[in-house]
Structures are given as structure tokens and as C-alpha cells.
Design a protein around this ligand. Structure first.
Ligand code: PLP
Length: 398
């Protein structure tokens, strides 16, 4: 017998965090925080103050007040709270896609004697497309992994693909379709053993899974902030470059923000010796402020508590889906999954549309997957119960 949702909500140590978000929509259940997180109330206030006072009154002086350093100072905050990253290795900038492009060139550049990039064919489209395009522009070859959807990339699957030609490996820590969480420390070690470097895409794991990039000796990482970091649509992404590589990497969008002296306006380009070298142009100050508020909420709750609730939410969801006899394509072992649970059904698209019409928002993924995203700071067990109940109903009527 599944524990009733009200008992689970009453025992939830993070339940009070829900009140810290704007929740005045007419939805029965929002199960898409893994695509776009809800709005923190603190962000509403902070952005209002920013527009009225900081931008409104300080105008151009705001850059000298603090804005110029925000990509790095908020990067450090995010790195400390979410990534296990010491200062000086994380910046907030651009989109995940642009950052992957920069990191691919940076990573390939420090393994210039090798000519293969390894990526799984199940990875998110932007990662795959960028790998193909950067490989083509540098005369490199792409080696595709073909992992099982649920098991995803294991040490065994990857080991077979690595060799003396491998320069860079690009992987997602949590698979965007199945929600599978792969073994980041073991895989990083394996890649290093083959003499290559790794770029981790943390879009579906940052803010959900305690991550220790420094301890795992990760080379590069990237991730977005609009999912579990609740920073808003199109909020800037983050990028991590391990300290040992910072002085050695070059990236292809060299702009005035990656120059050693931003305001020197020098005739020739001299690259910044610090993580600032990964920047390019003027950052979105309002976007970074929203990232900072999202990071602060996660820091306050703590990633261990968030992970514990995430595991409980996904376990509860899987129990309900099992009771309904549905096909779950997310690992059953809590340690092997992120914070979304995926159902496979031949009528997935139609069912998703029907669910949305009934006030439950999941996510459809081609060709036959329904993703149920569970955000520990905002998702209640009652929402999960209602969401799966309506999913069952919609399937019955499909
Ligand atoms: C794993 C992964 N990588 C990359 C992206 C996209 O990045 P961008 O912010 O550049 O659109 C997403 C978006 O959902 C994603 O899930």
C-alpha cells in the first residue's frame, strides 16, 4: 500500500519552501519544473528593486558598483552551493549551448594531438549538434556511444569507445529523457585514464544532486539555470573550468569581456589570466541576479535535503505508476536517477495534451515519452498523486 500523500507532505522537511514561490496559477499539478522552474518570491522583489533603484537610479554607475563582477561572484556562489567548486572556476554567461561551444574548443585545444570527440547518441540535441559542428570545424571525428535508454552511459559502455585518439568526452550527468543519473566520478576517472578530458552537461542535475566537481577532478562542466535553479526563461547558464586548465584554455568567442583589462580598449587582445577569459560580451545583469536568488534558495535548503526529497518524490511517483501498470523508463534504484520520472506510452503526445487540458503539466518527449518533473522545493506529494491520477484517467480515455 502506498503511503497517502498527505502523510508524506506532513513529514516533508522542505514543505515550507513552497511558500517562497509564486504559486497562484490554476493548475492541479505542475510537473515540469525540470524544464522551467517556478518563480521565487525573492526574485520578484529583487528584480523590482534592481529595475527601480539599481538600474533606475545608478544607471551606468551600476557597472562600477558591482555589475562588472557579477559573472564571477555569482559564479563562485553557484560553484560553492551546487558544484563543489572552489572560487575562480565558475562563471555565469550566455546559454548552455554557447558555453558548450566554447568548452568544446577549449577542451579540444588542450588535447590538440588527438582527433576524436566521444558523445552518446542519446544526449540532448544541442550537445550532439555542437559536437558535430565543432568536430567538423576542427577536422575531428565524432565517436557515437549507443547506450540503452534506461542504463545510459556506464563505465563499460564508455570504456569500449575510448582510445589513443580520444580528445574529449561529452556526457550529461542526468539523461534528459530517462532521468538516469550516471556515475560522474567513475566516468571522469576512466576518461582521464585514457588521457582525454571530459565536459559534463549538468542541466538536469545541478540543484538536484549534490555534485563535487573539484573532488572528482572534472575538467569542464556546463548547465542551465532555468530548471531546478528557478532563474527564469532564458536565464544565463553557468560554466566550470577546473583551476588547472584555466590558464591553458582558449575559447573561440574572444571579446572585450574575456580580455585582461576590460576597459583598457587596447589595440591588441590580451586574454584574461582568470576564469573571465571564458566570457565574451556584456552579461545580462537582471539574468544573473535571478540566478543568484535561485542559488541562495538552494543553498538555504541544502543539496542533501533536496536530494533526499527528490528521491522520495521519484520513489512515490514510480510506486503510483507501477500501481497503474504503466511502463516506467527511469531506473528503479534511487541512486541511479535524477529528479524526473518518465513513462513510455504509444499515445504519449495525445495523453500529454489531455493532461494539460485538465490542469496537469508534464512534458512530452519524442517519440513516446511523458516526463514527470519533480522539483523538491516546489513539488508536493499531493501534486504527484493528482498528476498520476489524471494521467491514469487520460490513458483510460485515450
Ligand atoms: C541536457 C541539456 N543540455 C542543454 C540544454 C539546452 O541548453 P540551452 O539553454 O542552450 O537552450 C538543455 C535544455 O533543456 C538540456 O536539457
Amino acid at each position: 500500500m502506498t503511503t497517502p500523500h498527505d502523510v508524506l507532505d506532513a513529514a516533508d522537511p522542505l514543505a515550507a519552501f513552497r511558500d517562497r514561490f509564486v504559486i497562484d496559477d490554476d493548475l492541479v499539478a505542475y510537473l515540469d519544473g525540470n524544464s522551467l522552474g517556478r518563480v521565487p518570491k525573492a526574485t520578484v522583489e529583487r528584480l523590482t528593486t534592481f529595475v527601480r533603484q539599481d538600474w533606475g537610479n545608478r544607471l551606468i554607475r551600476g557597472w562600477d558598483d558591482s555589475w562588472v563582477d557579477l559573472p564571477v561572484t555569482v559564479g563562485d556562489e553557484l560553484g560553492a552551493a551546487l558544484l563543489g567548486a572552489a572560487p575562480g572556476q565558475t562563471v555565469i554567461a550566455d546559454s548552455t549551448s554557447v558555453n558548450i561551444y566554447k568548452l568544446l574548443h577549449a577542451a579540444a585545444g588542450i588535447r590538440a594531438d588527438r582527433d576524436e570527440i566521444v558523445i552518446d547518441a542519446t544526449n540532448f540535441p544541442t550537445d550532439r549538434y555542437l559536437v558535430e559542428s565543432v568536430a567538423a570545424s576542427r577536422g575531428m571525428t565524432v565517436r557515437w556511444l549507443q547506450p540503452d535508454l534506461v542504463d545510459n552511459v556506464t563505465v563499460d559502455v564508455l570504456a569500449e569507445a575510448l582510445g589513443e585518439r580520444t580528445a574529449v568526452v561529452v556526457l550529461s550527468q542526468v539523461d534528459y529523457r530517462s532521468g538516469t543519473l550516471v556515475d560522474l566520478p567513475a566516468i571522469t576517472q576512466l576518461v582521464h585514464g585514457a588521457g582525454a578530458v571530459v565536459i559534463w552537461d549538468l542541466c538536469h542535475s545541478a540543484g538536484i544532486v549534490p555534485i563535487d566537481l573539484d573532488a572528482a577532478q572534472v575538467d569542464f562542466a556546463v548547465g542551465c539555470t532555468y530548471k531546478y535553479l528557478n532563474s527564469g526563461p532564458g536565464a544565463p547558464a553557468f560554466m566550470y573550468v577546473a583551476e588547472r586548465h584555466v590558464g591553458a584554455v582558449t575559447q573561440p568567442i574572444a571579446g572585450w569581456w574575456s580580455a585582461a583589462d576590460l576597459f583598457a580598449m587596447s589595440e591588441t587582445y590580451e586574454v584574461a589570466p582568470t576564469i573571465r577569459r571564458m566570457l565574451s560580451g556584456t552579461p545580462s545583469v537582471s539574468g544573473i541576479i535571478a540566478v543568484q536568488e535561485g542559488v541562495r534558495l538552494i543553498a538555504e535548503a541544502g543539496t542533501d535535503a533536496i536530494r533526499a526529497k527528490s528521491e522520495a518524490l521519484t520513489a512515490y511517483t514510480i510506486e503510483l505508476l507501477d500501481e497503474a501498470g504503466l511502463e516506467v523508463v527511469t531506473p528503479r534504484e534511487a541512486a541511479l536517477r535524477g529528479s524526473h520520472v518518465t513513462v513510455r506510452h504509444p499515445d504519449a503526445r495525445r495523453i500529454t495534451d489531455q493532461m494539460i487540458a485538465r490542469g496537469v503539466v508534464p512534458d512530452f518527449r519524442e517519440p513516446d515519452l511523458i516526463r514527470l518533473g519533480l522539483s523538491p522545493l516546489t513539488t508536493s506529494f499531493a501534486e504527484v498523486e493528482a498528476g498520476v491520477r489524471i494521467l491514469r484517467d487520460c490513458i483510460r480515455n485515450a
